[in-house]
Design a protein around this ligand. Structure first.
Ligand code: FPP
Length: 251
């Protein structure tokens, strides 16, 4: 495989980490074992993204719809998340990585929220990679929460309907202030977005692999990044306009 071009890396990589359950079931193991192995893949991916110089990494760790899974799996996932964050915060400090969370935190158990708050507070001064965990996250839910915030600000006289541009509306989303993802990876062979970052993925390059998340390796991550580097992003322009451009695209 050709080495990655550091000048053409995606600034923001988002990942739908799918296939933990199938990985476990194929091995006659409990689904939670798949999630545990998935957490090890998270470690590897965070480390590698940091190493190659990706600035923003966003991981879909628990969707709004995942609440309807069996209570035992939900509890185990929450416990795993809490354990992961507690255990890995020291490493995030060493690597200068800052934690961020998107999603409806009001639905998360108090102890998980406390652990997240601690980790966010501890890492808040870090200036390296921003690691965003999407928890209790759904794109439609995020959009409707943003619309409600906009409506409240209009009612309070802080905003007029004419002020609502694409940029302004984007600033009301959970991801306000973050650049849109350049690259989305989904594991386990499903070809869906599954209510992830619906607004933000408008011009994102999509990459799907058959590999289940616990089996996703550094090599596969590099292969995906190399695939990204082979693509031409036109943002609605023509190929000629892109090759002639001297200024960065304003997107
Ligand atoms: C999807 O696989 C994965 C999840 C619902 C949870 C993702 C969680 C982790 C990777 C581990 C914990 C996360 C962190 C950030 C430490 P699935 O269960 O839907 O798989 P299936 O489609 O094969 O059933």
């Amino acid at each position: 495989m050709l080495p990655l071009d550091p000048e053409r890396l995606p600034v923001h990589v988002a990942i739908i980490m799918d296939g933990n359950g199938r990985w476990a079931q194929e091995r006659m193991l409990k689904r939670i074992v798949g999630h545990q192995r998935g957490a090890e893949t998270v470690n590897m991916v965070v480390e590698h993204a940091w190493q190659v110089g990706i600035k923003y990494l966003t991981l879909f760790a628990f969707s709004s719809e995942n609440w309807s899974r069996p209570a035992i799996e939900v509890r185990a996932l929450m416990a795993l998340l809490k354990k992961y964050i507690r255990k890995e915060t020291a490493r995030m400090m060493r690597k200068n990585i800052r934690y961020n969370v998107i999603g409806n935190r009001a639905d998360l158990p108090d102890d998980v929220n406390e652990t997240l708050d601690d980790a966010i507070r501890q890492t808040s001064g870090n200036t390296g990679m921003l690691l965003t965990l999407a928890l209790s996250y759904g794109g439609r839910q995020e959009l409707s929460r943003a619309a409600a915030r906009v409506a409240r600000d209009v009612l309070a006289g802080k905003l007029t309907p004419e002020d609502i541009s694409v940029e302004k509306f984007g600033s009301y989303l959970d991801t306000g202030g973050l650049p849109d993802p350049d690259f989305l990876i989904r594991t386990s062979g499903e070809m869906r977005i599954s209510n992830f970052l619906l607004w933000q993925l408008a011009y994102t390059e999509l990459y799907f692999t058959e590999t289940n998340w616990p089996d996703f390796t550094i090599n596969e991550f590099n292969k995906a990044l190399a695939d990204f580097q082979s693509r031409e992003r036109r943002f609605g322009k023509t190929s000629d306009q892109i090759s002639l451009r001297t200024e960065p695209l304003n997107v």
